[in-house]
Ligand binder design. Structure first.
Ligand code: GDP
Length: 312
């Protein structure tokens, strides 16, 4: 069996769960996680990278399992003090989390590329996987709604995903290029597989694929690309994926997820609950439990991904 390295494409919580499963079952130093840049934004003078930070905190064992974002065991003195001053408090930043944003912003201002900062911070937190953004340049998801275009965090956090979506734009993507570490990981001739984690296709994975050269580098990789569907039993496990699919006129189904990714993904894993859907797929499908509630669930799904890759 190929025991080479693995590349995972991830958004926030859904993606980070499988990234953690892969991290646990693979040898150290053999996982690269390419993170969604589209949720990043500048707030309170700081660069915030929510999805990369969720992956970082999850792999470092520091994540807040209750909120799904930020660090566990946080204190909120900064936020309370800011609110008392009349500052913007709709986007919650815990005191420990704040240190990451301050340090990242300082290094970016000094001219360090985002991918270096992200990789370096991961190492400082003891993570032996490479965590990198899809690109160093700013790519910003904006959400098209009947009332106009909304910056992603205004749609997602401030407006709680309530506006109807009619489409998405990834501003800045046209001028971006994949960061060197992402391209190097994808070009490794010993690559074992590329994993498209069960993340939101529209707002977590598409911004990664929108970076010119990224989809081609994935297609050209010397390894199969395995997708894990984020849809289970006609619903999203969490978040607005199913709502967005309905609003965009798509079926909330595994098959619609397969169609969305087209030839970027070579084979799929869908949930055991949806075994009947396998017959409608164009590409190979493996049926497996995909709900990742425990550490064991994550590791089992990660092994299923690696087994499917080995069979292709
Ligand atoms: P976000 O950026 O925090 O919204 O996280 P992602 O985009 O990475 O993940 C959101 C997607 O993950 C949603 O579509 C969920 O349905 C899916 N998801 C979350 N947890 C699981 C899980 O345990 N299994 C599967 N199959 N999908 C999941």
């Amino acid at each position: 069996m190929n025991v080479g390295p693995v590349v995972a494409l991830s958004g926030g919580v859904g993606g980070a769960k499988l990234a953690l499963g892969l991290y646990r079952v693979l040898p150290p130093d053999s996982l690269t996680v390419i993170c969604n840049p589209g949720d990043d934004f500048d707030h309170l003078g700081l660069r915030i990278c929510p999805d990369a930070d969720t992956v970082l905190y999850t792999l470092a064992g520091l994540a807040n399992s209750e909120t799904g974002w930020g660090r566990g065991g946080e204190t909120w003195t900064f936020m309370q003090a800011l609110a008392a001053l009349g500052g913007e408090s709709w986007f919650r930043l815990g005191d420990g989390d704040l240190a990451l944003h301050v340090e990242r912003s300082r290094r970016l201002a000094a001219g360090e590329p985002l991918s270096h900062v992200t990789e370096n911070v991961a190492r400082r937190l003891g993570v032996r996987a490479r965590i990198v953004p899809a690109c160093d340049a700013a790519v910003r998801t904006t959400v098209r709604t009947p009332g106009g275009r909304l910056p992603f965090q205004h749609y997602f956090v401030r407006d709680r995903c309530e506006p109807v979506v009619t489409g998405f734009d990834f501003e800045g993507a046209g001028d971006a290029r994949p960061c060197g570490a992402a391209l190097a990981a994808l070009a490794d001739p010993s690559l074992r597989c590329v994993v498209v984690c069960p993340s939101n296709p529209f707002i977590s994975i598409d911004p990664i694929l929108a970076v010119p050269g990224m989809a081609d580098a994935i297609r050209a990789a010397a390894a199969p690309v395995i997708g894990v569907s984020p849809i289970v039993g006609g619903r999203a496990v969490k978040g607005p994926t199913a709502k967005m699919m309905r609003e965009l006129g798509l079926d909330v189904s595994n098959r619609a997820i397969e169609r969305h990714y087209g030839d970027v993904v070579d084979a799929w894993i869908i949930d055991s609950e949806d075994a009947a859907d396998a017959a409608g797929f164009d590409r190979p499908v493996r049926v497996a439990p995909t709900l990742m509630r425990t550490g064991a669930d994550k590791a089992t799904l990660a092994r299923a991904v690696l087994e499917l890759a080995a069979e292709l």
